[in-house]
Design a protein around this ligand. Structure first.
Ligand code: ADP
Ligand code: UDP
Length: 236
């Protein structure tokens, strides 16, 4: 597979076209951002760790029947993925209250959410990713009714697979964000699943092992991601 032009450089990854129009190479960079790109730092090894973490999770999800864009790891920091027509929405599931849910609704942190809360956000840094609902998505044409249903169904299925997977490693999957795209008429899970886009707490101590360590300046960010990878048995 031949890497060609840079297609898109986001906050943490760069997408390159390839000689196959249906495939992209995703490069996981060390750049780490928070607060819609206001805080940015380079964290050594993060790109490599997230690339391997994402490959492991996407493979588990694929095996459990969640269709994903992931094809194979190409190098330490690069993976081959199917080129999707991304929908500009973020799908969030929350099993435990934290983050913006607490700020928005004034609920206490660390409450079990049963059933889990599902939220849509518009992917737009300039607008600070505002929360949206099905009606906005339909009216503004970001996705169809059936695509909305499929995104919700797949996001819940991801929870059914990943919650027990992390629990076995002594970790609580507090919440996470997913992005989906279209490929040959199908909806596939795109982007990445890594500690950059979810909250993971130690089940016993509530120690944080995710990007909140970066957001809150707690230090040992990549070391914590590596600790999660070790607990899951991911070779780095
Ligand atoms: P951001 O855009 O949030 O800064 P990244 O730095 O992670 O994010 O950049 C990755 C970009 O690539 C995102 O906009 C994401 O939607 C997009 N993307 C992820 N997977 C695919 C894919 N399979 N096909 C096309 N675009 C993708
Ligand atoms: N999230 C993300 N990208 C975003 C917004 C949120 O990956 O642009 C993830 C975040 O890491 C967390 C979940 O989605 O796991 C819910 O985030 P929340 O709405 O609580 O926002 P935050 O408190 O991070 O601003």
């Amino acid at each position: 597979m031949e890497k060609q032009a840079e297609l898109y450089a986001g906050k943490a990854k760069t997408a390159y076209t390839t000689d196959d129009p249906d495939r992209l190479i995703l490069e996981f960079r060390d750049d780490t951002s928070a607060f819609d790109g206001e805080k940015v730092e380079q964290l050594s090894r993060k790109g490599m760790v997230n690339n391997r973490f994402n490959a492991f999770i996407m493979t588990e999800l694929q095996a459990a029947g969640v269709p994903t864009h992931f094809e194979q790891i190409l190098s330490d920091r690069e993976s081959v993925v199917k080129r999707l027509d991304m929908m500009p929405v973020e799908c969030v599931i929350r099993n435990i209250s934290a983050g913006s849910l607490c700020r928005r609704l004034g609920v206490a942190e660390d409450e079990t959410l049963e059933p889990p809360v599902f939220e849509f956000f518009l992917k737009n840094d300039a607008l600070h990713d505002p929360m949206i609902n099905d009606s906005h998505i339909i009216t503004f044409g970001w996705a169809s009714e059936s695509e909305i249903s499929r995104m919700k169904e797949l996001t819940v299925k991801v929870n059914d697979v990943l919650k027990p997977l992390f629990e076995k490693a002594g970790l609580l999957l507090v919440d996470y964000k997913l992005e989906f795209g279209r490929f040959n008429g199908e909806i596939l899970l795109g982007d990445e699943f890594s500690p950059d886009g979810c909250r993971l707490w130690d089940a016993a101590t509530r120690e944080k092992f995710d990007k909140d360590r970066f957001r809150q300046g707690l230090g040992s960010v990549v070391e914590s991601y590596e600790a999660v990878a070790r607990r899951l048995g991911i070779a780095l």
